[in-house]
Design a protein around this ligand. Structure first.
Ligand SMILES: Nc1ncnc2c1ncn2[C@@H]1O[C@H](COP(=O)(O)OP(=O)(O)O)[C@@H](O)[C@H]1O
Ligand SMILES: O=C(OP(=O)(O)O)[C@H](O)COP(=O)(O)O
Length: 397
């Protein structure tokens, strides 16, 4: 494995440092509801600023189709400043005259966050002209966004081709910690995959089932598998065009000797709303107007039984819409059991993902897992053994 170029070898004094961070943080009512991703990048920001660098933060937020005030990073800049205890400026564009004016006005040690890189469609295309526009405001590029390193985007990968590239402290720490915890995991290995990013994560499961002994599928992800088995899922989140993919993953799992665990009962409601009237039903009895928002109590018991068999747990994606009570019950119960087994020395537990970390904190066990990564999709791809473009670019230069 080629070593990273790290901040140890970077001369940042007086330099404009384009620092890619992942500030795709959970928000509730316009406020950051879980600051783990912010907390994790503070050491790198402080180190560069204290060495006299000008810290130009680049980040994405959500999946906007173009400029969209609802997906602005402005409120996140205020949260970064609050956690850092230092002022953080904000520029309303990440390229062009607005960004240039903000960066030109910086003094050594200053910190500025540029607006959502995804307001430009060229970001996700890794467009060379856009990369150049971003690079115009920097002398070096530091990436501390391990959780976005599975994306070969302009700010997560492209910049590494045109500027001297270095890994930030969180990037370093994540890769080291995951390798230490999971390079030779004790078996059985149990993976839990849930959450809502079904289309971008479902296909990963085809490789994951070859690496783990048991795969528990929950959250929105489970609905597509239930539908693939011919079950009704009503108004639930479900990717109908991925039913064949889901079926082929079930086949691959069978061939690989990986046990797949799906919910046997679910909590349904007719609205995606906290305290919406809800009931627990069998997965064979979901009605046309029902929305599956959590796993049910019998499923929780099944998952607890699987946890008791496992020596290693890897987890991305909550079991339900945990932000809305009472649809946090399944996630809370499983998280608390995993934490108990970890504290008893019976389980090595690694969990990751912006919302998953938030869910563990919500369940009161964020400190009790063996390792909590900021990364969800990137963590799953790393686990599959895939090379992550945003990591590889840091090794090559
Ligand atoms: N059954 C479900 N229906 C709709 N949304 C769900 C369901 N289960 C979980 N979710 C949502 O999944 C989101 C987290 O998914 P995801 O972004 O994939 O996780 P992470 O950020 O940890 O990688 C949460 O906002 C949660 O509300
Ligand atoms: O939140 C993220 O990933 P995650 O939800 O898998 O943890 C990253 O910021 C990547 O975001 P993306 O999946 O919109 O590219």
């Amino acid at each position: 494995m080629t070593a990273f170029r790290t901040l140890d070898s970077a001369n940042v004094a007086n330099k404009r440092v384009l620092l890619r961070v992942d500030l795709n943080v959970p928000m509730e009512n316009g406020k950051v509801s879980d600051a783990t991703r912010i907390e994790r990048v503070l050491p790198t920001i402080r180190e560069i600023a204290d060495k006299g660098g000008k810290v130009v933060l680049l980040a994405h937020f959500g999946r906007p189709k173009g400029p969209d005030p609802k997906e602005s990073l402005r409120p996140v800049a205020a949260a970064v400043a609050a956690h850092l205890g230092r002022p953080v400026g904000f520029a309303e564009d990440c390229v062009g005259p607005t960004a240039k004016a903000a960066v030109d006005a910086m003094k050594p040690g200053d910190i500025v966050l540029l607006e959502n890189t995804r307001f430009h469609k060229e970001e996700e295309k890794n467009d060379p002209d856009f990369v150049k526009d971003l690079a115009d405001n920097g002398d070096i590029w530091v990436s501390d966004a391990f959780s976005a390193a599975h994306r070969a985007h302009a700010s997560t990968e492209g910049l590494g081709h045109v500027l001297p590239a270095y890994a930030g402290r969180t990037m370093q720490a994540e890769v080291e910690a995951l390798a230490k915890a999971l390079e030779a995991p004790q078996r059985p290995v149990l993976a839990v995959v849930g959450g809502a990013k079904v289309s971008s994560k479902l296909e990963l499961l085809g490789n994951l089932v070859k690496k783990v002994d048991i795969l528990v599928i929950g959250g929105g992800m489970a609905n597509t598998f239930l539908a693939a088995q011919g079950k009704a899922v009503g108004k639930s989140l479900c990717e109908r065009d991925l039913l064949d993919t889901a079926r082929s993953i079930l086949e691959t799992a069978k061939g690989a000797g990986c046990e797949i665990v799906l919910p046997i009962d679910v909590t349904v409601a007719s609205e995606f709303k906290a305290h919406a009237p809800s009931k627990v039903v069998s997965v064979d009895a979901v009605g046309a107007d029902d929305m599956i928002l959590d796993i049910g109590p019998s499923s929780v018991e099944v998952v607890k039984g699987k946890l008791a068999q496992a020596k290693t747990l890897v987890w991305n994606g909550p079991f339900g819409a945990f932000e809305l009570e009472p649809f946090d019950k399944g996630t809370n119960a499983v998280a608390q059991e995993a934490a108990r087994l970890t504290k008893a020395g019976k389980l090595l537990s690694v969990a990751g993902g912006g919302d998953t970390v938030s869910a563990l904190n919500h369940a009161g066990v964020g400190e009790d897992f063996s390792y909590v990564s900021t990364a969800g999709g990137a963590f799953l791809e790393w686990l599959e053994g895939k090379a992550l473009p945003g990591v590889e670019i840091l090794r090559q230069r």
